[in-house]
Design a protein around this ligand. Structure first.
Ligand SMILES: [Zn+2]
Length: 355
């Protein structure tokens, strides 16, 4: 799912294309894409509004419109935004279209249909997006790259929390915009185990985590995000996936110590780490034994049994090597399929080549 750097990239690509344009109508073919309005009411509510700004809050794009209104776009799993001439071919995955007065359209394409678009008012006093008097982003924590967000703020927030680091980083009320990819990368960079509990952190640990989160996110924005799965932006794919050190690299050597990267499941989310570089103290092991038993380096299945060859036609290899080869082949197939889907998305909106 797109995280802060991917959503920021989409917002930056959209900005020069649509700021100043006027929305003249809207079509919606999947009503549940809309959070706040019926398709008919939405079309009426956006018509005639001018796009004033494009920004981001947490993992959502925020498009400010004239008349103190704003659209929020949550891409979720497979959402993509393109700006194309109105006569460009429209594929069946386009769920919502904003028609612009200059003959172009903003198209929200979303294969899995989890994406959400909302239309809100901006409070004239607080400047917050509101729905029935409540702020839309009230429960969302600070932006980690906000220049005003300091190590001091981070420590203050950390010290009011309990629990383990990985779920905490994913908690949007703690920090905005961090998801599975950048949580794993930040913890590896900071040499902190994902199951480490907050109360055992010493001040230097807190500092390393703060700096790692910020530097990973900043680098990922520079590289236009990680094009894993369906994420692509109006100006094309990102390249951060090539720079990820542990995320989806189970079994590959840790870039720091050479030992195999391991995978475990924490709170139903895949977690990647180096158990050598990211040590867990005995105290933090308590209560985590079930999760730790499920840890794998891709060669051995949890529980210690060697994985079988599973009919993949791999021969002349030890079971460990065969499992590794099978896993790698599966990853490559998944990556190729995702790249094909992204290329198909771009081809289906052929008018959207970077201008
Ligand atoms: Zn390591």
């Amino acid at each position: 799912m797109p995280e802060l750097p991917e959503v920021e990239t989409v917002a930056r690509d959209l900005r020069p294309r649509i700021v100043g344009a006027t929305i003249v109508g809207a079509r919606c073919s999947w009503a549940r894409t809309l959070r706040t309005h019926s398709p008919e009411a939405f079309a009426v509510a956006v018509a005639g509004r001018r796009v004033e700004a494009v920004g981001r809050r947490a993992k959502q794009i925020v498009v400010d419109l004239s008349g103190r209104a704003a659209l929020t776009v949550h891409l979720k799993m497979t959402g993509q935004l393109f700006v194309v001439p109105a006569d460009a071919p429209e594929d069946p995955y386009v769920r919502l279209v904003l028609e612009l007065g200059d003959g172009r359209e903003v198209r929200f394409r979303d294969i899995r249909k989890f994406g959400k678009i909302g239309l809100y008012g901006r409070d004239p006093v607080s400047g917050e997006l509101t729905v029935e008097g409540a702020a839309v982003f009230a429960a969302i924590g600070p932006e980690p790259l906000d220049p005003e967000f300091t190590l001091r703020d981070f420590r203050w927030r950390l010290r009011r929390r309990k629990g383990r680091l990985k779920p905490l980083l994913l908690d949007q009320s703690f920090l905005a915009g961090v998801g599975n990819i950048y949580a794993d990368e930040a913890l590896w960079t900071a040499r902190l185990h994902p199951l480490r509990t907050v109360r055992t952190l010493r001040p230097p640990d807190e500092r390393r985590l703060f700096e790692a989160v910020r530097s990973i996110l900043a680098e990922a924005i520079e590289r236009r995000g990680s094009s894993i799965d369906d994420y692509t932006a109006p100006d094309g794919d990102g390249s951060m996936q090539e720079r990820l050190q542990v995320y989806q690299r189970t079994g590959e050597p840790c870039p720091r110590c050479g030992r195999p990267v391991k995978r475990m499941v924490i709170g139903a989310r895949s977690t990647h780490l180096c158990s050598w570089c990211q040590r867990l103290t005995a105290a933090d092991r308590a209560g985590a034994s079930t999760i730790l038993r499920g840890m794998t380096d891709g060669r051995r299945r949890p529980g210690g049994r060697w994985a079988g060859l599973a009919g993949e036609g791999v021969s002349g290899l030890t079971p460990a090597e065969a499992e590794q080869a099978t896993r790698r082949a599966r990853t490559e197939r998944t990556q190729r399929a995702a790249a094909t889907r992204r290329a198909a998305a771009r081809a289906s909106v052929a008018g959207s080549t970077p201008s």
